[in-house]
Design a protein around this ligand. Structure first.
Ligand code: 5GP
Ligand code: MN
Length: 322
């Protein structure tokens, strides 16, 4: 922690970035830290703080500071300090890698078990529910405003599936309580950022569930969506958020798989485990990463290649378990 503060004190120009296809924890942590550091700008002699993220779903635009996030990577600005949030590896930073490479110092704050400690200062808490939880623990609680609390709360609810995933701990709930005490409208934040769906999002969800397949004795459920279908609905990848959660609650299922085509012959795979299967291990094998019960990767090939290769790995773990 001292190392993080000593880097902050020395930096005049700071850049914050999160992972590609940003989720709630990524946007929540970036906006929380952005708003928090702004409070210290004068005191610490910080001249500039920029946040870079790929575009994300409009449901997260309710968070403070989201309108100031930069989505284009044209500038060749060189920063004193790069802060990576919620990214398990360098490649997850996408186009922001160029600012990482040119920055004088780099900090990596994260909670992925697969994090490969790619920065100069690495603060990785693998048993934390979310990057927002890690951030709360290094922030001065008294300085946390209602807006910062909202960002942290949204990050936590997204990564815990509203406090239901196994990554939710007593400590997570204690933090949530402290954030609530800042006066946030938590019901609205949960509904608007997590549960609310557009009509098109519901249509895509319905189609994916209807066309899903149940394999390996009903222990694995797989749903996929190709580019043609995404284009037909004029949907963005973030419009598929939550489909994996619905697949996961299928009775008897140990692993839920959701696959979407990112470009021709390239697929993004999301994995969720209900039991003993370690999906992070499988994702890491295919060049991705994540957590034991929630992980993902990108693979090139046909949809059949993706499914065949993946099922071999799931089956191998199921056999070992039996
Ligand atoms: P999701 O399936 O929701 O995209 O991701 C689940 C978890 O796995 C998240 O913690 C996410 O950061 C991680 N993850 C998903 N895709 C990738 C990937 O391609 N590479 C890495 N390193 N992690 C991923
Ligand atoms: Mn996260």
């Amino acid at each position: 922690m001292d190392k993080i503060y000593s880097e902050l004190i020395q930096a005049k120009k700071i850049v914050i970035a999160g992972h590609i296809r940003p989720d709630g924890d990524c946007v929540g942590s970036c906006t929380a830290l952005y708003q928090y550091l702004k409070l210290y700008k004068d005191e610490m002699g910080i001249q500039q703080i920029d946040v870079y993220l790929e575009p994300f779903g409009s449901e997260l635009m309710i968070l403070g500071g989201t309108d100031e996030i930069i989505h284009s990577y044209d500038s060749d600005e060189v920063y004193d300090l790069f802060i990576s949030l919620d990214s398990g590896s360098i490649d997850r930073l996408g186009n922001a890698i160029k600012y990482f490479n040119s920055a004088k110092k780099r900090i990596n704050i994260d909670h992925h078990i697969s994090n490969n400690r790619f920065a100069d200062v690495n603060h990785v808490v693998a048993d934390a529910s979310s990057t927002c939880e890690v951030l709360f623990d290094i922030m001065d609680e008294n300085k946390i405003t209602k807006e910062i609390a909202a960002s942290l709360y949204v990050g936590i609810i997204h990564d815990t599936g509203v406090f239901k995933h196994s990554n939710t701990s007593e400590h997570t709930m204690m933090i949530a309580g402290k954030l609530i005490s800042k006066g946030i409208d938590f019901s609205r934040l949960i509904d608007e950022s997590f549960y609310s769906k557009t009509y098109v999002q519901n249509q895509i969800l319905g189609r994916c569930l209807m066309e899903s397949i149940l394999v390996l004795d009903g222990k694995v459920v797989i749903a996929s969506i190709d580019r043609r279908m995404l284009d037909f609905y004029q949907a963005a990848p973030s419009d598929t958020d939550g489909i994996i959660d619905q697949l996961r609650v299928t009775k008897g299922v140990e692993v839920a798989v959701f696959i979407y085509e990112t470009k021709s012959h390239e697929y993004k795979v999301s994995l969720r485990s209900n039991g003993e299967i370690n999906v992070s291990k499988i994702a890491v094998f295919f060049g991705g990463g994540g957590h034991i019960k929630a992980a993902g990767y990108t693979m090139i090939g046909t949809l059949h290649d993706v499914i065949n290769n993946l099922l071999t790995h799931i089956d191998a773990q199921l056999i070992k378990q039996a």
